[in-house]
Ligand binder design. Structure first.
Ligand code: KG4
Ligand code: ZN
Length: 344
């Protein structure tokens, strides 16, 4: 999928510098008029956390401190700007890790003050929802978006810009959390999602019978029981092949995600479905969602891999929209680790 070019968007009046530091990616991007990505730099700390099997908050915030200046500088250089023509600075204010959020937020406020431009605080979940819109600026709303990340699993009806209805969500673990926990249990390391995706290619997805939790029970999800079913099966069958186990888990998780998203889209009579969040990088989810949408006559928007995982282009895009709808965010806004999507 190709990104929109400068010619697609004639009004280049506002460049937004976006900053993302909610978890273990330090990212900065310059985006013009909400859709033209002039630069997008992501520095992942994955290697720093891998030996601990998960993100260590103190290590994450210290790494953000080291990385924030070079990452922002690189994003500015790649966008060909020295700040003179940056019209606003947007940063993620939550949800996320408190110490990590504070680094990006403080840097963004400082730059907004120095350049005397508006600061915009951005909800990380809303940012993920805008990733498909950056790559499809003419995407017709409303759509149903499956937002699946390490901390969130939600089916969202995006009625219009800034207007969201949560149709379903997880009652326990997030989808990415389940991938990470199962991967750790199977000894596949961290981050677990990509590892399960990879080894499943060599496994038989029907080798192990696993439940499809809450499949016929509304639009909410439950992944904790599925993880327990994997643990119980391995305890009883210690010789099960890891690729077979991983592929069977992945098949069960994706079955439920796709079925419920399609059911939601049909329920609200949406014309399109989008994927968003880190788990949207999963190859089986991407393929299954495309074919299910084809079957049901729905348009399917699958963001590029780089747009699924955390990045700052999506933060800048939301910053642009929020600036137009709500104006600047007061500089005394704090980091909000438990932030949720704004109600309609
Ligand atoms: O959106 P994201 O980058 O960060 C959060 O906001 O959480 O999502 C990270 C999550 C992790 O749980 C990771 O294991 C999962 O996305 N993930 C995947 C894949 N790539 C990343 N899960 C399944 N398959 C993948 N290919
Ligand atoms: Zn995220």
């Amino acid at each position: 999928m190709s990104l929109p070019t400068l010619e697609d968007v004639p009004d280049l009046s506002l460049k937004v510098l976006g900053i993302e530091s909610s978890c273990d990616e330090t990212a900065a991007a310059v985006v013009a008029d909400g859709v033209v990505v002039l630069s997008s730099v992501v520095s992942s700390q994955v290697d720093l956390h891998a030996r601990y099997g998960g993100v260590v908050p103190e290590i994450a915030s210290r790494a953000h401190l080291d990385l924030i200046t070079p990452v922002v500088a690189q994003a500015m250089v790649e966008a060909g700007t020295d700040g003179d023509d940056v019209g606003a600075v947007a940063a993620t204010i939550g949800p996320g890790l408190m110490g990590s959020l504070l680094v990006g937020l403080s840097a963004a406020k400082a730059m907004a003050l120095v350049w005397d431009v508006p600061f915009v605080g951005v909800n990380h979940l809303e940012a993920h929802l805008y990733a498909p819109l950056i790559e499809n600026p003419h995407l017709q709303l409303p759509v149903v978006i499956l937002l699946v990340s390490g901390g969130h699993t939600e089916i969202i009806h995006m009625v219009d810009h800034g207007q969201y209805r949560v149709l379903g969500s997880t009652v326990d673990d997030a989808a990415g959390e389940a991938f990470d926990k199962v991967a750790r249990y199977l000894g596949l390391g961290y981050p677990g999602g990509p590892a399960i995706d990879r080894v499943s290619l060599d496994g038989d997805p029907e080798a192990v019978p696993l439940p499809r939790p809450m499949m016929n029970d509304g639009l909410d999800f439950s992944f904790s029981g599925l993880k327990t079913a994997v643990v119980n099966y391995v305890r009883k069958h210690p010789d099960v092949s890891t690729p077979d186990m991983a592929a069977s888990f992945q098949e069960a998780a994706i079955d439920v995600l796709v079925a419920k998203t399609l059911a939601a889209a049909l329920e609200v009579e949406a014309t399109g479905v989008c994927l968003a969040g880190g788990v949207a990088a999963n190859s089986l989810l991407r393929a299954r969602m495309v074919s299910a949408c084809e079957r049901d006559g729905l348009r399917c928007h699958v963001p590029s891999m780089a747009m699924c995982t955390d990045n700052a282009a999506m933060v800048a895009a939301v910053g642009w929209h929020r600036l137009r709808s709500d104006g600047a965010t007061p500089l005394d806004v704090g980091a909000q680790p438990g932030l949720r999507l704004p109600p309609m």
